[in-house]
Design a binder for this molecule. Structure first.
Ligand SMILES: CC(C)(COP(=O)(O)OP(=O)(O)OC[C@H]1O[C@@H](n2cnc3c(N)ncnc32)[C@H](O)[C@@H]1OP(=O)(O)O)[C@@H](O)C(=O)NCCC(=O)NCCSC(=O)C[C@H](O)C(=O)O
Ligand SMILES: [Mg+2]
Length: 286
């Protein structure tokens, strides 16, 4: 499930301990779900959450939504048992938190079935420095930004413009793009502030992220809109491709659309955008 064939506009965290939320997610219009056993689940509830989540995955009903299980770090008291119970329970990927280096990924890969993709949380300063290496690991197919942990570790302030996180956000997107894998932005904590969410989604989209992690169903629509290609982007992409094909047929390597040049590289980007639009449309088909 790469970003070309599956949209990741909205990626909703659901605490593995919350039966009602696990059930509700079966009808939510989210592109992907992160079933969480880590920070959303209290230590005393971890063992039960593991079983609750395994049962929910076995029951199924999540349709086309990508199913990602966030386990606890392997260095914790729960990580190994999480892998044993959920490593082969029907998820599309296992998400490893607090990753620092590529060898953290190796350690998990050794414990999982060989065809189980791994996603990594990018939420420590060390992980950001090692982002390229982590993303290039053959088993890693997605990076998820953990802006809360990053803010904690950096000792930075939470600002609406996310200036203190900008270098990290860009390094994560660059690492994901270099490795051609999925890149997901961090959460917006004020989950009842639709305006603030929209602004942060727009910023994440501008930076190149495929979508945003969310903590509440009320955030899904905003993310789905912000990360989907707009109708004017789709229209422009189609016209760029048409114009370029026509100019190539007449022996030229460059076309002009809306006063802007169109070269082969713009056609590549236009085709990618149309593929994303198709993936979004396909997601809505029941
Ligand atoms: C934030 C919440 C605790 C709020 O919960 P609640 O007060 O129950 O909200 P509502 O009453 O408005 O809920 C309305 C209905 O929606 C369901 N619901 C709520 N949240 C979810 C969800 N995430 N997924 C699915 N369904 C959800 C409720 O069950 C209600 O349903 P119904 O009764 O049928 O109407 C809560 O939203 C929550 O727990 N959110 C998830 C928090 C979480 O996962 N945190 C960890 C991930 S964030 C993180 O760790 C980031 C990263 O690591 C970093 O470092 O940045
Ligand atoms: Mg975190």
């Amino acid at each position: 499930m790469d970003a070309a064939s599956h949209p990741y506009r909205s990626v909703l965290y659901i605490p593995g301990s919350k039966d009602r939320a696990l059930d509700k997610a079966r009808s939510l219009p989210t592109d992907a779900i992160i079933f969480d056993l880590e920070d959303a689940v209290a230590p005393d509830a971890k063992a039960e959450a593991r079983q609750t989540l395994a049962a929910a995955l076995k029951e199924g009903g999540y349709g086309k939504r990508a199913k990602i299980v966030r386990i606890n770090a392997l260095t914790t008291a729960w990580g190994l048992e999480d892998v044993r119970v959920l490593g082969d329970a029907g998820a599309d990927a296992i998400l490893l938190p607090k990753v620092n280096t590529r060898s953290d990924v190796d350690n998990l890969a050794d414990l999982l079935p060989a065809d189980m993709p791994i996603w990594t949380m990018m939420e420590t300063p060390v992980s950001v420095f090692n982002a390229r290496d982590i993303a290039a690991h053959g088993r890693v197919t997605g990076l998820v930004t953990g802006t809360n942990d990053l803010t904690k570790d950096l000792g930075s302030r939470t600002r609406a413009d996310r200036l203190p996180l900008m270098t990290a956000l860009q390094m994560i997107v660059m690492a994901a793009r270099a490795a051609r894998i999925v890149a997901i932005d961090g959460v917006y904590n004020r989950f009842r502030d639709g305006e603030g969410l929209r602004a942060e989604c727009e910023q994440g989209r501008d930076l190149g992220f495929d979508g945003k992690t969310l903590i509440h169903p009320a955030q899904i629509e905003g993310a789905n809109i912000a990360f989907a290609p707009t109708s004017s982007e789709i229209d422009l992409a189609r016209r760029q491709i048409e114009a370029f094909v026509a100019s190539e047929a007449s022996g030229q390597g460059v076309a002009v659309v809306d006063g802007m040049i169109v070269e082969n590289l713009h056609v590549v980007a236009a085709k990618r955008l149309l593929a994303r639009a198709d993936a979004v449309t396909e997601m809505a088909v029941v």
